[in-house]
Design a protein around this ligand. Structure first.
Ligand code: NAP
Length: 378
């Protein structure tokens, strides 16, 4: 098997973890593009090692072959590019990267996770690189947490199967070649989805975080206009009202899927309601799968994930700078609202939650509508 040059963009939790995992595979050359000078310096040391700490104890080690903050150096020979920066950081990253991608061979540019319409962004940002094959993964292959930059990251729950979508323009040969590369990189089974919208419309953080925040501190929330006395967890401390708004948002998201199916003639049968998605993904890690609230509160994989808070004189408030807003609202929810508007699907709860969240975060600076094709769903 020949050498495969993989470029991982983003030295966060997902970037670190995937770098170690890929280095377990023979013949895979890993470059890591990071803006973190400390990570570049530490991993530049010949003796340094990067560790992925495993849930059952023990660790895997493996150091990327190249760690740099220079896009030109990182992208030079890339066969596969994996974007792991959050959705609101992707446009700037792709702008920096595009001129340096190889032009003389297919280069498979994807995002994990591929939500927030990465296919549309990449099509626009990589217009000068028609050799780019655009793809995204439905979810992260593993959760990743407890990052010590340049040293270690903890691997959480692994997905039992990985689902990958490609831009609609990609042909069968490109899709098969991509599958070959990804099956070489990941040990879990990798399957191709029929349509990228199966990723974009899968319910997840874009409806989850904004609904939870709205139920807590929105106009009907128990913490409206008053701070939390102590830190709280996203899911273990989920309020009933938050679960209610999440269920209503999920129903509307399913209605949007049905409208997209009718309009575009695509099959979105793989896009399940959120509770089902979570139960399928986490199985017996969930103590009580009866309701949305009990699923969120009793999922061991969701334990102890602290909500983004800032401390002030009176207590804790939800951090307006969090990616729960700048990624999930501006790049996730904004797309759903606009799709509903164009297809004339009523999304009253989603719109109400979106409007309130946008106001709470201080308005939109940039968002997914910057690249959502003006002619969609044509
Ligand atoms: N960690 C998980 O278990 C998990 C689970 C589900 C989904 N996700 C998704 O996976 C993606 C990556 O998550 P992650 O947990 O790996 O993130 P992370 O640990 O916060 O790392 C993200 C990296 O992106 C780069 N970046 C550039 N601009 C940024 C900005 N404005 N804000 C934050 N980061 C910026 C930084 O890398 P450099 O400084 O190296 O450029 C940063 O380290 C996100 O879309 C997230 O929603 C992660």
């Amino acid at each position: 098997m020949g050498k495969l040059n993989v470029l991982i963009c983003g030295g966060g939790r997902t970037g670190h973890l995937n770098a170690v995992l890929f280095k377990q595979q023979p013949g895979v050359h890993v470059a890591l593009l990071t803006s973190r000078a400390d990570v570049v310096e530490r991993l530049g040391d010949a003796d340094a090692a990067l560790a992925a700490l495993l849930p059952e104890g023990g660790q895997l080690t493996g150091k990327p072959d190249l760690v740099t903050d220079q896009p030109a150096l990182a992208a030079r020979d890339a066969d596969v590019v994996i974007v792991t920066v959050p959705a609101h950081a992707r446009p700037a990253l792709l702008r920096k990267l595009a001129p340096h991608l190889p032009a003389d061979k297919p280069v498979y540019v994807g995002a994990i996770p591929g939500f927030c319409g990465f296919d549309w962004l990449a099509e626009q940002a990589l217009a000068a690189r028609p050799n780019a094959v655009i793809w995204g993964m439905k979810d992260v292959p593993h959760t990743a947490f407890d990052l010590v930059p340049g040293e270690s990251v903890r691997l959480g729950g692994a997905k039992s199967a990985l689902y990958v979508g490609t831009h609609q323009r990609e042909g069968a040969a490109a899709r098969e070649a991509l599958l070959g590369h990804l099956r070489r990189l990941y040990t879990a089974p990798v399957e191709l989805l029929d349509h990228y919208l199966e990723i974009t419309l899968t319910p997840g953080n874009p409806i989850m975080h904004p609904s939870v925040v709205y139920g807590l501190i929105g106009p009907y929330g128990q913490w409206r206009d008053r701070p939390f006395e102590q830190p709280l967890c996203w899911w273990t401390d989920c309020a009933e009202l938050s679960a209610y708004f999440l269920e209503r948002s999920d129903e509307e998201s399913q209605a949007l899927c049905r409208a997209v199916e009718r309009r575009l003639g695509v099959d979105l049968g793989s896009v399940l309601p959120l509770k089902q998605e979570i139960v399928d993904a986490y199985g017996d890690q969930i103590g009580d799968s009866a309701t949305m609230l009990s699923v969120l509160r009793t999922n061991r994989a969701y334990d102890a994930i602290v909500a983004p808070l800032v401390r002030d004189a009176d207590g804790y408030r939800i951090d307006r700078a969090s990616r729960a807003f700048h990624e999930d609202v501006a790049y996730g929810l904004a797309l759903l609202v606009e799709m509903g508007r164009r297809l004339q699907v009523p999304l009253p709860h989603i719109e109400e939650i979106y409007r309130w969240n946008v106001q709470y975060m201080g308005g939109l600076r940039d968002c997914a509508l910057d690249y959502f094709p003006a002619n969609w769903p044509a």
